[in-house]
Design a binder for this molecule. Structure first.
Ligand code: NAG
Ligand code: NAG
Ligand code: NAG
Ligand code: NAG
Length: 401
């Protein structure tokens, strides 16, 4: 019981420290909250002014607590600052919601931190202008950390004469820039190639896909991402597979060429085992090593391997799998030597075509011969018919008589 009341007293005193009713001193929330868009495609500046009642309080230091709804993580974020402005990243396709409190501490409050009981809130709705729906499926891929390519899905309802634009901004740019090299299919833009070294890592890159159409401006889409989370490593070119003593198979491979840090890669090895009865067993192995040893390999089995890589979670929040390497088998499969096989195939095709031509010739000769025989018979037939008719007539005549 004593323990419980002690706890309540403690909780009350903690609450007191953060509120304003304890020593009768109150503080008002800030005024004139303004959200300004300086054209950085999602970075907004929030500014405010101190409450009128606090303008002359000099013996206390004034702080502000800004809370804003972060739509990227679907929760409120809070910061405390002595300044009267703050810049944060927002998704301009969603509501922008901010709340500001005043905090006071110093001799005027007996040294305890006092927070205004209420906040000043500002909610800004996304602009509802524009026709159609914003582009969907916007994906950026940082190919082997060499160049960035972004693609978007074209809205099926988009009219043929509309033109889409991609703009981007990051903190090294004074103002937005347009895509340096659009990717197009039959005249329609569907993506952008930023070519080499054009986007910085570890900073938000804000994109906007907007456009114009005969019906008016298209509804813009806003996307924000960091390119080190979009890496797709290069494809591993070659696997080294060899038999080692004690019936083991050893598989080794190298990092893809490029600037992806070697320690960042994790690998998926696909092991395809074909038994003498033709049964295939498929196995996927995840590893952070660049080699693999497999025990007890039977001579009657065919073992094939291929690998692909991805940035591990220690290096990036997410990423894309690389393409699969070519497969390597033990014992080597016939597909391993594609060139002779291919030329042999071509010889087969030629032989087949020659046979086909001869067959067609022979067939047409036969058909010709048959037709000729028929026509010869047809010439004879009228006589036979006539003979029949005469025969029948004569029969009839006989009957009449
Ligand atoms: C602040 O102080 C100035 C001069 O000392 C005075 O003119 C003004 O009215 C005061 N403002 C408030 C809100 O009390
Ligand atoms: C932000 O506020 C500080 C003081 O609180 C001021 O010096 C600065 O100029 C403001 N920045 C902008 C961009 O308005
Ligand atoms: C994009 O640019 C890179 C680097 O200049 C180039 O290697 C790549 O082929 C380009 N991609 C397309 C689809 O044009
Ligand atoms: C698209 O956005 C850019 C950057 O904000 C702007 O300069 C341009 O006027 C916009 N275009 C259309 C057609 O809305």
């Amino acid at each position: 019981m004593a323990n419980t009341s002690w706890l309540i007293v403690m909780l009350l005193s903690i609450t007191c420290r953060e509120s304003m009713h304890c020593n009768g001193f109150t503080v008002d929330p800030p005024v004139d909250v303004v959200i300004s868009d300086v054209g950085q495609l999602g970075r907004l500046q929030i500014s405010w002014s101190p409450p009128a009642s606090q303008v002359n309080v000099t013996e206390c230091s004034q702080l502000y607590q800004l809370e804003y709804f972060d739509t990227y993580i679907d929760s409120w974020s809070a910061i405390r600052t002595a300044k009267m402005n703050y810049t944060a990243q927002f998704d301009l396709m969603k509501d922008v919601r901010v709340r500001v409190y005043t905090l006071l501490r110093g001799p005027c409050t007996n040294g305890i931190l006092i927070k205004s009981s209420s906040y000043t809130e500002l909610v800004q709705n996304p602009p509802s202008t524009g026709v159609g729906t914003p582009v969907q499926d916007f994906v950026c891929v940082y190919h082997n950390m060499k160049y960035v390519e972004c693609n978007w899905g074209r809205s099926p309802k988009l009219s043929a004469n509309s033109q889409q634009h991609l703009y981007f901004w990051h903190r090294e740019l004074d103002q937005t820039e347009e895509c340096p090299k659009y990717l197009k299919a039959s005249g329609t833009r569907f993506g952008c190639n930023f070519t080499e070294n054009s986007l910085p890592e570890f900073t938000d890159i804000n994109f906007c896909v907007n456009g114009s159409s005969p019906e008016g401006p298209l509804k813009p889409a806003f996307i924000s991402l960091q390119i080190q989370n979009q890496v797709k490593p290069g494809t591993t070119e070659k696997l080294h597979l060899r038999k080692v003593p004690e019936a083991q198979l050893e598989l080794r491979w190298d990092n893809p060429a490029g600037k992806v840090p070697a320690h960042c890669l994790e690998w998926e090895v696909e092991h395809n085992q074909e038994g003498p009865d033709g049964k295939i067993a498929l196995q996927q192995i995840l590893t952070d090593q660049k080699s693999l040893t497999l025990p007890s390999i039977h001579d009657t089995q065919i073992n094939c391997f291929r690998v692909r890589s991805k940035l591990s979670k220690y290096c990036a929040n997410k990423g894309f799998w690389s393409g699969w390497s070519p497969a390597t088998c033990q014992p080597e499969k016939r597909e391993k030597a594609p060139k002779p096989e291919q030329s042999r195939d071509i010889v087969h095709v030629y032989v087949f075509i020659a046979f086909a031509i001869i067959a067609i010739l022979v067939l047409s000769l036969c058909v010709g011969a048959v037709l000729k025989m028929r026509s010869l018979r047809d010439v004879k037939k009228p006589d036979a018919l006539l003979a029949n008719v005469f025969a029948r007539n004569s029969v009839l005549t006989v009957m009449d008589a």
